[in-house]
Design a protein around this ligand. Structure first.
Ligand code: ATP
Length: 314
């Protein structure tokens, strides 16, 4: 049985290979993108059994999505929906540092996720259910699917992990804030950035935001600060961990890498400080390699970057 179960949309990704307007590209690189599958792949690479629930279209992009995730050792439970296409994401590199993203996901197969797609026995048999703030923004039925999964988990004593993951292209801050507040109250572990936390609670700094989120119910709250590290309020103890100093080449994917390592260590029974350390190393790792998930570390690689600078590491 899977130790971690997650659900959400994974899209085909068409990425411009170089800087410039999309219309001047003669080809685009094809891969896949989805926060929840990124997380499942991260957990799988670190050695724990992960499952991903979704819907894809009966099309080549859908087959690419499921084949890619399956090839990473993740158990794929994806309904093939013959009536809606797999969602698409297009990435344009307008300048060296500015990336523009365009979604073609409204009405996608995954936006039709519904409670009947949630395999209750799979969720009940896991150690952790991981959900994000993206899935409830896809549609009313997708939102219901998230809540159905969360209720199954809670009923069976399975920990609920939530990454707020606000996507401004999908819904406005007020709608997101109300929905995320409900999910925070039903979660055990919450990952957020400062701006995401402010959709739900208020506070001047990350430590205050973590404390305010914790008051809503979760036992473990992590407020991420990019290259400035992370603030955690974990089982009643406050932590403030700096980021690992690395040369960042691609900031996207750090959050998913961070959460996947945190949850992998949590499943393994590590104490909060150990989970936080592994998460920080994985987050740093992710920014040093291009791609959202392709560079996610294996356990051996995590140990490599996690070693102290004085250690004899090649
Ligand atoms: P994403 O860009 O994937 O959405 P996020 O905004 O959810 O990420 P971040 O705060 O950017 O999350 O990153 C998560 C963690 O990864 C940070 O708390 C930190 O430990 C690590 N990290 C992020 N950026 C860097 C960096 N430039 N250098 C070192 N570590 C980093």
């Amino acid at each position: 049985a899977a130790e971690l179960v997650t659900l959400g949309e994974t899209m085909a990704l068409l990425a411009a290979p170089r800087v410039g307007l999309l219309r001047h590209m003669s080809s685009l690189d094809l891969s896949v993108a989805g926060a929840e599958s990124n997380l499942a792949i991260g957990v799988s690479r670190l050695g724990r059994r992960a499952a991903w629930l979704s819907r894809v279209g009966d099309d080549e992009f859908g087959r690419l999505v499921t084949a890619t995730i399956r090839a990473e050792g993740v158990a794929v439970y994806a309904v093939v929906d013959g009536t809606a296409p797999t969602g698409l994401m297009v990435k344009e590199r307008r300048t060296d540092t500015a990336t523009r993203v365009q979604y073609y996901r409204s009405g996608s197969a995954a936006s039709r996720l519904s409670p009947s797609d949630v395999d209750e026995s799979l969720v009940r048999g896991a150690r952790v259910l991981h959900v994000t703030g993206i899935t409830p923004a896809l549609s009313a039925t997708a939102r219901d699917a998230v809540h159905a999964a969360v209720e199954s988990a809670r009923g069976a004593g399975v920990a609920v992990s939530l990454d707020l993951n606000y996507r401004a292209a999908l819904w406005d801050a007020a709608a997101a804030g109300a929905e995320l507040r409900e999910l925070v109250a039903r979660a055990d572990i919450v990952f957020a950035t400062g701006p995401e936390a402010r959709l739900v609670v208020s506070g001047d700094d990350e430590a205050t935001l973590a404390a305010e989120l914790e008051k809503l119910g979760p036992r473990q709250v992590l407020v991420k600060r990019g290259s400035r590290g992370v603030v955690g309020l974990l089982d009643g103890t406050a932590y403030d961990l700096p980021a690992k100093p690395v040369r960042a080449v691609d900031p996207v994917g750090a959050g998913d890498a961070f959460a996947s390592a945190y949850l992998t260590e949590w499943i393994g029974g590590a104490a909060p400080a150990g989970c936080l350390h592994a998460a920080t190393v994985a987050g740093a790792f992710a920014v040093t390699v291009p791609g959202d998930w392709e560079g996610l570390p294996s356990r051996a690689e995590l140990d490599l970057l996690g070693a102290e600078p004085d250690d004899d590491v090649q």
